[in-house]
Write a protein that binds this ligand. Structure first.
Ligand SMILES: Cc1ncc(COP(=O)(O)O)c(C=O)c1O
Length: 364
């Protein structure tokens, strides 16, 4: 099966030799601490603070939590904040892993729609007002404002400002999941929600999975110290990865990670354009494909009446897989869209995969 389904980094660009060198250096210089129980490496937290500073956020070590991928941190959110029946606001569509995890916690998931500019903040305001009228304060709002998974869209500045202002007005935490934010390959950077927030209502969740390698299982969160402290209490293993935090810090020093990210941006731009060209050639003209400025995904609206799950079945017969939109909604929507990842397959396989999906569409 040729898969365009997953949000995986391109293994061809894993910096194997540099990571091997960093590992050898850690073993030579710092093995007792790296191989023992212990906290995550303070040097990595310092690097995270440097990245945050570059993103317009001044923070201290007590604002940072390092975890086993951003998935671990996202999974802690319902543990810390949600009792069965509490309300959590998410976007429709949203990251499948988060939707599932939040739903499993027994939260009442309220979906706010998105459009070509991300979360519809007018709809969010109405939702917050309606909930407030019923005495309900949501536990958090989960959003992916930059290179959204799955839709690929990026929220413009004015909406970001409004979202942060609404969070402060209603005193609701905004969780800004920024897994792809550093992988911009078109246009100019926008301020993160955390950079726009003066009152501590934004928590930021980031990962090394897309900019380095998912196998290192390393991510981090920025939030108010009392939130970080509470998340830490629920994070049963204490410090994350004394060994791997040292390896990543060693690898990333002296601008190596930034240079790697610059290379990734070029690479993913080429792959994205290649997929968009193939879609233009192979898909029926009624398919509306988004054009992302970064990240891993092209989101396609299907021709009227074509159901994503039925298309997935047809595509399986053609030997190709993608993510039907329904997996990305908590409210059953999404039969009208599919997500295609251009990130991890070779150029040839992307073209072949799109041709096969195009065939499945025409057969329908
Ligand atoms: C939006 C988003 N958040 C979080 C994650 C989780 O990444 P990880 O646990 O590897 O850090 C992913 C992975 O696909 C993602 O797309």
């Amino acid at each position: 099966m040729l898969s365009l389904a997953f949000g995986l980094a391109d293994p061809a660009l894993f910096p194997r030799e540099e990571l091997a060198a960093a590992t050898a250096a850690v073993m030579a210089d710092d093995a007792p601490a790296a191989l023992n129980y212990g906290p995550s490496f303070a040097g990595l937290t310092d690097q995270v603070l440097g990245r945050l500073r570059a993103q317009g956020v001044e923070a201290e070590p007590e604002n940072i939590l390092v975890g086993y991928g951003s998935s671990q941190i996202l999974a802690l959110l319902p543990e810390v904040f949600v009792d069965r029946g509490d309300t959590v606001i998410i976007e429709g569509p949203s990251f499948m892993g988060a939707v599932r995890r939040f739903a499993m916690s027994g939260a009442n998931l309220v979906t706010v729609p998105t459009d070509g500019e991300g979360m519809d903040v007018d709809a969010l305001e109405v939702t917050l007002r309606e909930l407030a009228a019923r005495g309900v304060r949501p536990k958090f709002i989960y959003t992916i404002p930059t290179f959204h998974n799955p839709s690929g869209v990026t929220m413009p500045l004015a909406r970001r400002q409004r979202l942060v202002a609404l969070a402060a007005e209603h005193q609701v935490l905004v969780v800004e999941d920024d897994a792809y934010g550093e992988l911009r390959f078109r246009g100019d950077d926008l301020p993160t929600l955390a950079a726009l927030d003066a009152e501590g209502w934004v928590m930021r969740v980031c990962t090394y999975s897309k900019i380095l390698a998912p196998g290192v299982r390393m991510g981090w969160a920025y939030a108010r110290p009392e939130i970080i402290e509470r998340l830490n209490m629920f994070k049963h293993e204490g410090g994350s990865g004394p060994f791997l935090t040292r390896v990543i810090a060693r690898y990333a020093a002296e601008g190596r990670l930034d240079a790697h990210i610059a290379q990734l941006r070029d690479h993913y731009r080429q792959k994205c354009d290649l997929m968009l060209d193939a879609i233009g050639r192979e898909f029926p003209a009624e398919v509306q494909a988004g054009r992302p400025d970064g990240g891993f995904f092209v989101w396609c609206r299907l021709p009227q009446g074509m159901r994503a799950t039925a298309l997935a079945e047809r595509a399986k017969d053609e030997g190709v897989a993608f993510l039907p939109g329904v997996n990305c909604y908590a409210n059953g929507q999404g039969e009208d869209a599919i997500r295609l990842a251009f990130s991890f397959q070779s150029a040839e396989k992307i073209q072949d995969g799109i041709a096969r999906i195009g065939r499945a569409m025409r057969n329908m």
